[in-house]
Ligand binder design. Structure first.
Ligand SMILES: NC(=O)c1ccc[n+]([C@@H]2O[C@H](COP(=O)([O-])OP(=O)(O)OC[C@H]3O[C@@H](n4cnc5c(N)ncnc54)[C@H](O)[C@@H]3O)[C@@H](O)[C@H]2O)c1
Length: 458
């Protein structure tokens, strides 16, 4: 099938690459010329394990192409995926300007039947909005062409995006019930047929239910995280260990283990903005989503929980203190720094006078760019952040280690080397990577999240 993907970011590139791998002819469009140049040089503008290999193979086989030419992109695909960003607007609602611009371009240049697929995460009612925008473009130029809009939200996780896309738990397809909607549904069934060989993974529904399902999924996952973070803070007070509690409840198959880790709060390009957008949708429909408002508030305070522990240990003035930081990306296996807790934590430490020696296996560069945006480029605080090339370099002459992202490489370090490199054997572990008893036995002063043996409990 001929497929166009509008927006070549995390979701667009993975969608395009995987559909090309399955034999479709894919055209990836992006208006960011630098991204397209980078892709056409054979480089990837993002880090996502396994993606480079699939793209290289399909470029070679001429199954995928990258371009900024809107007219060619619209002409190419029978199906047009919209996979552009939907960042939070000032009031927290999803900003649809990129989605609607993409829709406008489709309306402007289409010459035959198109299925327009909203893959971006969008509020309920956006498919109607996209239908209207295309209709108005057609009207302006006096053309009458059939089309239909489909809601096909994406559930991939950065870091394991290829696996998620190729072996999804489910594929949600929301279509309209009219004749064009039925035609669109048939094309979607054909496009996704390879995913349903072993068993049917596709759930067909109306567009509004599909749109709401995506927000509901992220809202639920974020709720589990905030619930555990809140309980972790209580665990510290009552002398319990949140890791035992996690296993105690996760083993109940009505609950399950997923998304129950206490830590430094959720970040990334999805949970923060999607929870915010869902609260906003509720507000617009006179429905107060109280649980999700609390989820957000808990997450905001959890992002500074490590800073509070550090202040409790060293006081408010951190001038002259050097902290080694392991992990900057919002989660492992990605270089994505959007809403990463590391940004909040490092900012708070810098503002109190500390210096940072930071290491991330892949996100040093994106982190540096984010910090330049967070602090005005050239300001004094930025001079106190040093990005280093190895985990060990970060430790040398640091007063303590702060772990923010749970990269595999951090899980079993050589603790004797670690102790030797640090000025003092102190670890603030925002991901509970180690056992408090083991750390104490090895002579470390160890602070986890919600662990009963924390020395700072009071
Ligand atoms: N990143 C994830 O893990 C993830 C997972 C599921 C769903 N989503 C959703 O998917 C959508 C895309 O997210 P992302 O992380 O891939 O975003 P991204 O910012 O990485 O990529 C979006 C791309 O769209 C391009 N773009 C913007 N307007 C355009 C236009 N009119 N024509 C062509 N290109 C245009 C931008 O230049 C950018 O490269 C969002 O709605 C997001 O919420 C993201």
């Amino acid at each position: 099938m001929k497929v166009t993907v509008i927006g070549s970011g995390y979701v667009g590139l993975v969608t395009g690459a995987c559909l090309a791998e399955l034999g479709n002819q894919v055209f990836c469009l992006d208006l960011d010329g630098k991204k397209i140049d980078c892709l056409n040089r054979g480089e990837l503008p993002i880090y996502e394990p396994g993606l480079a290999e699939i793209i290289a193979r399909n470029v070679e086989a001429k199954q995928i192409q990258f371009s900024s030419n809107i007219q060619d992109a619209v002409a190419h695909g029978d199906v047009q995926f919209i996979a552009v960003g939907t960042p939070a607007d000032e009031d927290g609602s999803a900003d649809l300007k990129y989605v609607l611009e993409a829709a406008r371009n489709i309306g402007r240049y289409m010459t035959d039947f198109k299925v327009v697929i909203n893959k971006s995460t969008v509020p309920v009612g956006t498919a109607d909005h996209v239908m209207e925008v295309i209709a108005s473009e057609l009207k302006i130029s006096g053309r009458s062409i059939d089309y239909s809009v489909v809601s096909n939200p994406e559930f991939l996780k950065e870091g394991v995006a290829i696996e998620d896309f190729m072996r999804p738990d489910r594929i949600i397809i929301g279509t309209y019930a009219d004749i064009s909607g039925l035609r669109a549904k048939a094309l979607m069934r054909k496009l996704y047929a390879p995913f349903n060989r072993h068993h049917e993974r596709t759930l067909y529904m109306d567009v509004r239910s599909a749109e709401l399902s995506k927000y509901a999924a992220n809202g639920m996952l974020a709720t589990r995280i905030s619930f555990m973070n809140e309980l972790a803070n209580l665990a510290e007070k009552v002398g319990a260990d949140i890791e035992h509690v996690r296993q105690g409840i996760g083993s109940d198959n009505r609950i399950g283990y997923g998304f129950l880790y206490a830590g430094t709060g959720y970040g990334g390009s999805c949970f923060p903005k999607d929870v915010q957008a869902l609260v906003r949708i509720g507000y617009q429909h006179q429905t107060d989503l109280k649980i999700l408002q609390s989820v957000q508030a808990v997450n905001d305070s959890q992002k500074i929980i490590l800073v509070e522990k550090i202040i409790k240990r060293y006081g408010h003035d951190l001038t002259g203190k050097v902290f080694a930081v392991w992990g900057l990306a919002f989660k492992p296996n990605t270089d994505d720094m959007r809403e990463a807790p590391s940004r909040t934590i490092i900012r708070e430490l810098l503002l109190r006078g500390a210096s940072i020696q930071a290491y991330d296996p892949v996100a040093n560069k994106t982190a540096e760019n984010s910090f330049k945006r967070d602090f005005n480029d050239g300001c004094e605080e930025l001079n106190r952040v040093k990005f280093v090339d190895t985990m060990h370099q970060a430790l040398v002459n640091a007063d303590a280690l702060v772990i923010i992202t749970e990269w595999k490489a951090f899980k079993s370090p050589d603790f004797s080397l670690l102790k030797e490199a640090l000025n003092n054997p102190v670890i603030f572990d925002g991901r509970n990577l180690y056992e408090p008893e083991d750390m104490t036995a090895m002579g470390f002063e160890y602070y986890g999240i919600g662990r009963s043996t924390n020395l700072l409990n009071s």
